[in-house]
Design a protein around this ligand. Sequence first.
Ligand SMILES: C[S@@+](CC[C@H](N)C(=O)[O-])C[C@H]1O[C@@H](n2cnc3c(N)ncnc32)[C@H](O)[C@@H]1O
Length: 253
Amino acid sequence: MDAGDSTHPLPDNHHGLHYMAFMAHISRARDSRRYLEIGVSQGHLLSHIHTETAIAVDPSFQISFNVSENKKAVTLIQAPSDTFFAEYDYEALANGTLDLAFLDGMHTFEYLLRDFYNTEAISSNRTLIVMHDCMPLNAEMADRDQKRSAETGVSTRFPYHWTGDVWKIIPILQTYRPDLRVIYVDCPPTGLVCVTNLDPHSSILKDCYFQIVDEFRALKNDLDAIGAMYRGIEITSSAVITNDHDLTLYFGG
Ligand SMILES: C[S@@+](CC[C@H](N)C(=O)[O-])C[C@H]1O[C@@H](n2cnc3c(N)ncnc32)[C@H](O)[C@@H]1O
């Protein structure tokens, strides 16, 4: 089934490479030396990333994987991302500029909006920011309330897949940052949104924060609204991206 069909507004699934395999490939193929992950939990994804330096941020780590695999240095900052961005100097901590970031912290759109603009502010125009969980597959997983999502989603095809309403970052960036290059990738379970052509000096999202929050809080978080988001994007195959020898076609140099 195609995304955006009016009788079935959401895709039935994402059929590409699992997001961890995709991220492992991207980190190797782009020779990413400095990696930032917001929202780390057990460190499962982090253990797959190839990099020299990783900074990992989570208010409540549950590390149970070998996160030092394929890295020279890993720094764990046990704090909410807002605290991390307010109190730490990324470049001093990582000894250089950010190459690759994965945003997977609190799953409500206003948190992801702040994580995005704070990460962009420490980026260069070569940095790639990847956001998780922005392409939900039903309304239950998109509920802002994680507990209610677990209760209503338990009898769906995707129990305990909580995305919250971070999908709203897609129309936010389309509206406020048309200058960004955004690629929507079909990685299960819930898609990846890859952003390049970043501008660390852009203050539009931060300056308009309350206007954006009020505008997008008013946007419904239901099947029709999520379906409209899907009709406004084109999904790229992760298999095509990872088979291509030249990733600069997608993500720049
Ligand atoms: C889905 S898990 C991350 C999974 C991990 N990225 C992976 O793929 O293996 C989400 C994590 O976000 C963390 N989190 C929640 N609020 C946060 C915040 N304000 N800042 C940073 N992380 C947060 C939670 O503690 C949780 O561990």
